[in-house]
Design a protein around this ligand. Structure first.
Ligand SMILES: C[S@@+](CC[C@H](N)C(=O)[O-])C[C@H]1O[C@@H](n2cnc3c(N)ncnc32)[C@H](O)[C@@H]1O
Length: 288
């Protein structure tokens, strides 16, 4: 398989950052929990099926599938060399012979054979794929899926919605900045509009029998999920600061003050926040 360069990738964060990798390890753990099982609600896969995960990060979803379904072979691809190396190390320590990881750039033609997968999974790629690149990736999925196979896309539509002012202000700036970079399908950047975009992209790609589900989680103070959301956002906010400054949305000092206020709000017993993950999946249509 050809090697990809993480220097030229379109990810919102540094793909070779240990901080980002640690965040993704945690995020996959709580996303897997919130969605309630790696393959829950999806068509049953026959023994010896082949599954592919696009932008797999440190491999949280892949390793869960490999562990739960020893009869399935699952491949994870990601542009990050450190994340793929970490996932490969976990594969060895967990003695999982059915999980494979490779470095690959999903914005380029995939170095994978035609008609070779029964399911393709893609989760949380809004900050990876600019809006104009989604369709070519979906076309690549069509090429490498077997007839009868399906593609499953899971994304957030926006940051969690809160009643806390500094948190809302800061996440509003993040929405604006990410939209200006070219992420999401909103006409104005108020959210990422991934809820309507996912089934639209599948339909436009010729997929059929499209299903749409949403998973809602309460991250408010005193909920079991609060600590995960707090830690995740603490890291996201700091990593995204240079982007907000690059678009002149606020000064460095104003960001620092807003960040501190948002953390104080999130630590308050009054903090409210609900976030939604949207999942759309459909079957590939093949003429032959
Ligand atoms: C938000 S993370 C999602 C990780 C994983 N899908 C999950 O749900 O836990 C996005 C991932 O895409 C990877 N990525 C960024 N640009 C990429 C590219 N051009 N090709 C492949 N992977 C890429 C990043 O390294 C990161 O691991």
């Amino acid at each position: 398989m050809e090697r990809a360069s993480s220097q030229e990738n379109s990810y919102i964060f540094d793909t070779e950052s240990a901080v980002e990798m640690a965040r993704l390890i945690d995020q996959a753990r709580f996303m897997n929990r919130e969605i309630g099982g790696a393959l829950t609600g999806l068509p049953e896969l026959a023994p010896n099926s082949h599954v592919l995960d696009l932008g797999c990060g440190p491999g949280g979803w892949v390793l869960d599938v490999a562990f739960e379904y020893p009869d399935i072979t699952i491949t994870g691809i990601d542009i990050s060399e450190i994340m793929v190396a970490y996932a490969q190390a976990r594969t060895r320590t967990q003695k999982l012979s059915n999980a494979i990881f490779a470095v690959m750039d999903i914005t380029k033609p995939l170095d994978l054979p035609d008609n070779s997968f029964d399911m393709i999974n893609a989760r949380l790629l809004t900050g990876v794929l600019k809006r104009e690149t989604w369709s070519s990736l979906i076309d690549e999925c069509t090429r490498i899926l077997r007839s009868g196979g399906f593609l499953c896309l899971t994304e957030g539509n926006e940051f969690g919605i809160s009643m806390s002012p500094a948190y809302e202000e800061l996440t509003g700036y993040i929405m604006q900045a990410t939209w200006r970079v070219g992420y999401g399908f909103s006409p104005h950047g108020r959210n990422w509009a991934m809820a309507p975009a996912l089934p639209y992209l599948l339909r436009r790609g010729g997929y059929r029998d499209i299903h749409l589900n949403s998973y809602i989680t309460d991250y408010s103070a005193h909920t079991p999920a609060w600590i995960d959301y707090y830690r995740n956002n603490e890291t996201i906010f700091l990593q995204i600061k240079p982007l907000l400054l690059a678009f002149n949305l606020l000064t460095s000092e104003a960001f620092d003050q807003l960040y501190q206020r948002a953390l104080i709000e999130m630590n308050s017993s009054e903090f409210t926040c609900v976030a939604q993950a949207i999942r759309a999946w459909g079957y590939v249509s093949k003429n032959s």
